[in-house]
Design a protein around this ligand. Sequence first.
Ligand SMILES: Nc1ncnc2c1ncn2[C@@H]1O[C@H](COP(=O)(O)OP(=O)(O)O)[C@@H](O)[C@H]1O
Ligand SMILES: N[C@@H](CCC(=O)OP(=O)(O)O)C(=O)O
Length: 363
Amino acid sequence: MDYQPQLVVVKVGSNVLTQEDGSPDRQRMATLVKQIGFLKKQGIQVVLVSSGAVAFARNNIKIEDKTESVVRKQILASVGQIDIVQSYKELFQQEGHQIAQIVVTPQDFLSRRHYLNIKDCLLGLINHDIIPIINENDAVAVTELMFTDNDELASMTAAMIDADTLILLTNVDGIYKGHPNDPDAKLIERVGRRTSGVSRYIASSKSSFGRGGMGSKMKMAKKAAYLGIHVFIANGNRENVLLDFYNKQLKATYFEPESCKPNPKKWVAHSDNYTKGEVIVNEGAKEALHADEAASLLPVGVVGISGNFSKGDIIRIKDEHGQKLGLGKAEYGSRKAASSVGVSNQKPIIHYDYLYLFKYHTL
Ligand SMILES: Nc1ncnc2c1ncn2[C@@H]1O[C@H](COP(=O)(O)OP(=O)(O)O)[C@@H](O)[C@H]1O
Ligand SMILES: N[C@@H](CCC(=O)OP(=O)(O)O)C(=O)O
């Protein structure tokens, strides 16, 4: 953990920003803003991914009982987002910082070009010393068009801007070997490349306003660490959580980063829900992909193609038993791919730099 952070993505969960009765916890928000101000004074750039839009509006507006749940959420989020950003604006202003609001949907990450547009915008803001505050555009992102939660959005953002650190702030100190309310449950302090069996400790229970739960936090943390990012799951309700991070005294579950991966691989890794087609591979290809040596996927190991995809689209890789193995960017479209199934001496259908295997984030 001995490194000097320079670009940090901090994600704040709804629970950190709300009191037990569900009302906004502006005191907590102020404490976090002050600490982000401190990090910035030390020369560390910070991007904030903040939940809380729904939670900030929940106690403020009365919605008719008959309102459909999706519309209810849309109303709450679009009202609450103003409040949350207004509060951040006032608090950051007191610390002498300017902020910018970015609201996104998963579709914004779909094409490489659009992805790079968001990246340019974020880096532009950072280079002008403005703190970007990101949230999902909950007013339009509904049902299957949503991020799993803001942990996914934060992990995507950290990978996109090549951040060195991702801090996921929630209402517990990290992942426990048991339920966090159980006094005998021990905190898992470090997760490395070879750590396994963590998922068995994850209970499906969520904090009262959380969306994805600890399972999604863990998956995203592991993915980001594989891509080369230092990841901490820590307790945003602890008074000095970000100062402790700076002083290397943070109580947290820390995910050790592996070697930093090229940016295109980071994009592919987060495209799980947006695939346009599938390639089915045989056992030999599966072994080659899972070997320690880096390997691209060649048509000779492909036994089937499905879906209608074009060059540049993200496709899913499955084995012959239907098990999902990973993702990659198609080097050619489905028609050409289908004609080269099983043929040797062909150019890769997925190049290694654009390949992501799910084995990297299972724990
Ligand atoms: N093994 C575990 N260790 C820690 N927390 C866990 C574990 N299993 C489930 N949880 C739950 O995960 C919750 C945090 O996830 P979530 O509700 O999504 O928070 P957030 O709103 O901060 O994103 C904790 O409040 C806790 O109840
Ligand atoms: N975008 C939503 C939060 C969604 C979400 O992922 O919440 P959380 O699990 O608390 O980080 C909002 O601002 O209310």
